[in-house]
Structures are given as structure tokens and as C-alpha cells.
Design a binder for this molecule. Structure first.
Ligand code: NDP
Length: 329
């Protein structure tokens, strides 16, 4: 049976091309579960893969798409049966194994998790990898004992996908959230999401001192580099900084002072290879914490045929909010 998918190819002279193709099911990669996909999303990483701007893809041809939600249509894995509603994030899907920008995917059943009952497949992808990563960050703060009464939580890269969801989740849990952003014109949106105050990201992004005045009980950092160093330097005694991103840079020009003098914890967050139990817990918490109107309001829904053009816009910063791809439109 044939299906539509986005396909990335690399020519002998290493030129990357992406196109919408009709493929046959026999071309699907190895796996023990076939999923009929309803929705995928476009993330920054997908943009890099589709445009060939960075070496995200590890083998060609590749179907991009680091996440998807849909229904199991074939399974030889005892954990899954035909008709099960499932989500997949990460595990190198869309990079080393064909991904979600397709009407069908064949994957390892161990990579799948149950779609929580409170969500439909569209809502799951409106949350997507960004929302799931944000929840992993919040869980890292909670695991380290950061409570709402401990004080303010800083979220950097606030207008981005992970930042926006972090604000919404933290505020739903009763934390006071301060949003750091380079787009002050979007402050109303951030306040609407649940931030109590917005600060200019320039306050955080320049080289700073090893230690500065303590302010944050916790931090969700999507930005890395000097911003992460300054976040650590301004975190209160025994506070926790959850680091998940590198929008400013992958360097960390910091000292050990916040860790050895203030007991600050730097908690790394990885969504790609997180164990299944943690993934399922994160998705279940997302389903019970977030109101659909919060995340549906930030979604741009596009058809599979629009994904290539939108990937280019995404990399140029011309897209606000989440991009959900209806692979059957
Ligand atoms: P987005 O591109 O949606 O958002 C990133 C935000 O960072 C921007 O909206 C902007 O926020 C801010 N930003 C951009 N450039 C700079 C800069 N030069 N200096 C300071 N701030 C900047 O990305 P996502 O929210 O999807 O992801 C955030 C980060 O987390 C990315 O680096 C991504 O690669 C990473 N990530 C990591 C995961 C993991 O498993 N660890 C999973 C998912 C994402 P504003 O306009 O408000 O300033």
C-alpha cells in the first residue's frame, strides 16, 4: 500500500534535497509496529534536517519528523495491538530512523508510549516535543525539591516552544514565573501564559560574575552559554537549574562557585533517550496539568505539502508558536 511522506535525499556531491513523495509500505524501515500517523510537528531540528542547514540526518534517504501521534495498524510487539493510540518522541526518529512527517511509520514498539486518555492525537502534537521537554524540566526542579513557596522561577528563551510550555506548566503548579525574552513585544502573550514578570534577555546573556545576587529558586534554561552561567550565578542557596537548550550557544562559560558555595544543582534534561517510565509520567502529567485552550492557541496547523516551505521560515525565526503537521491533509 502506498503512502505520502517527506523524503530527504543527499546527492553524490552532498547536496541535500527534500521533496514530498509517494512511497510503498515495503520501503518502510525495520520495526515491529506500524503506525498510521495523524499528526507530526515541525521543530527546529526538523528545520535543520529538511533544509540541510546542519548535519542532523545520519543516513539517507530519510523521512524527517522527530515526533508523531497516531494509531497502531500492525504489530508483532506484545505490548501493542491494532487500534492503540500512541505517541513517539525522540529515540533518533527523523534523524537515524524514518520519522513522523509521513502518513505511516514503522518503529520499535519500545519507543512508543500510550496516548493519555485526556488527549487526542492533535492535542498531543500541539504539545509535542517542546511541551514534553518542558515537563521534563519542571519534573527535574520538583525532583530536587523546588517548591512554589521557595521563590521565583526563571524561564529563559521564553517565547520558544519549550519556554512557553514551561511557563504554562509552572504557573499551573502555582510557581511565580519570570520570563526572560528578547521579544518584549510578546510580553502580553507571556503574561497570558502565566508569567508574572518579563525581563530583557540582555540582562542574562552578557558575560557575568561567578556569583551575583541570589534571586531564583529554580531555573528552566533553554538558552545555554552566558545565560546559563548567569542563571547559575543568580540561583538561590540549594536551588536547581534545569538545562535543556543551547539557543544562545552550547558553551558554558561558568565557574564552580554557585555549586560549591551555594549548593546549586545543575540538572541536565534530555528528551531523546529518556527512559519510557519517565516519558509516560511526563505525558500523563501534561494531560492532567495543561488546559487544551492554552496550547491549542499557540498552534499553526499546516499540511504535509507545506512542511518544506515552513521549515525555511522556522529557521529564519518567522514562525511563532508550535507547528503541527496534518500528514493526511
Ligand atoms: P525555539 O527556537 O522555539 O526557542 C528558542 C528561544 O530561545 C527563542 O524563542 C528565543 O526566545 C531564545 N533565543 C533564540 N536565540 C537566542 C540567543 N541568541 N540568545 C538568547 N536567547 C535566544 O526552540 P525550542 O523552545 O523548541 O527549544 C529550546 C532549546 O531547547 C533549543 O536549543 C533546542 O535545541 C533545545 N531542546 C532540547 C531538548 C532536549 O532534549 N534537551 C528537546 C527540545 C529542545 P525569546 O525570543 O523569548 O528570547
Amino acid at each position: 500500500m502506498s503512502f505520502n511522506a517527506l523524503l530527504i535525499n543527499r546527492s553524490e556531491d552532498k547536496k541535500i534535497t527534500s521533496s514530498l513523495e509517494t512511497l510503498d509500505e515495503s520501503q518502510l524501515p525495520e520495526g515491529d509496529v506500524v503506525v498510521d500517523i495523524d499528526y507530526s510537528t515541525l521543530n527546529y531540528k526538523d528545520g535543520l534536517a529538511i533544509t540541510g542547514m546542519a548535519p542532523v540526518v545520519r543516513s539517507y534517504p530519510m523521512v524527517p519528523g522527530i515526533d508523531f501521534a497516531g494509531t497502531v495498524s500492525e504489530s508483532s510487539n506484545t505490548n501493542w495491538k491494532v487500534g492503540d493510540k500512541v505517541i513517539l518522541n525522540g529515540w533518533g526518529v527523523g534523524e537515524g530512523h524514518w520519522g513522523g512527517l509521513s502518513q505511516k511509520a514503522k518503529v520499535k514498539g519500545d519507543w512508543l508510549i500510550n496516548l493519555p486518555e485526556a488527549l487526542n492525537t492533535y492535542q498531543a502534537m500541539a504539545i509535542g516535543t517542546a511541551g514534553y521537554t518542558a515537563m521534563l524540566c519542571v519534573m527535574a526542579l520538583q525532583r530536587n525539591g523546588v517548591k512554589p513557596e521557595d521563590g521565583e522561577i526563571l524561564v529563559t528563551g521564553a517565547n520558544g516552544g519549550v519556554g512557553s510550555f514551561s511557563i504554562a506548566i509552572l504557573s499551573a503548579y502555582g510557581y511565580d514565573v519570570v520570563a526572560s525574552t528578547g521579544r518584549p513585544q510578546e510580553s502580553d502573550y507571556l503574561i497570558q501564559l502565566g508569567a508574572k514578570e518579563c525581563i530583557d534577555r540582555a540582562e542574562m546573556s552578557e558575560p557575568g560574575k561567578p556569583l551575583s545576587k541570589e534571586r531564583w529558586a529554580g531555573v528552566v534554561d533553554c538558552v545555554g552559554s552566558h545565560t546559563l552561567a548567569n542563571a547559575c550565578a543568580t540561583t538561590k542557596y540549594n536551588g536547581t537549574v534545569a538545562a535543556c537548550g543551547l539557543a544562545q550557544g552550547f558553551d558554558l562559560p561558568a565557574t564552580v562557585m554557585p555549586f560549591i558555595l551555594r549548593g546549586v544543582t545543575l540538572a541536565g534534561v534530555d528528551s531523546v533517550n529518556a527512559p519510557t517510565a519517565i516519558r509516560q509520567a511526563a505525558w500523563d502529567k501534561l494531560a492532567e496539568t495543561l488546559k487544551p485552550e492554552v496550547f491549542e492557541a499557540v498552534v499553526n496547523k499546516i499540511a504535509l505539502s507545506d512542511a518544506i516551505e515552513t521549515a525555511g521560515k522556522l529557521l529564519k525565526g518567522e514562525v511563532r508558536g508550535r507547528v503541527v503537521v496534518d500528514v493526511n491533509a
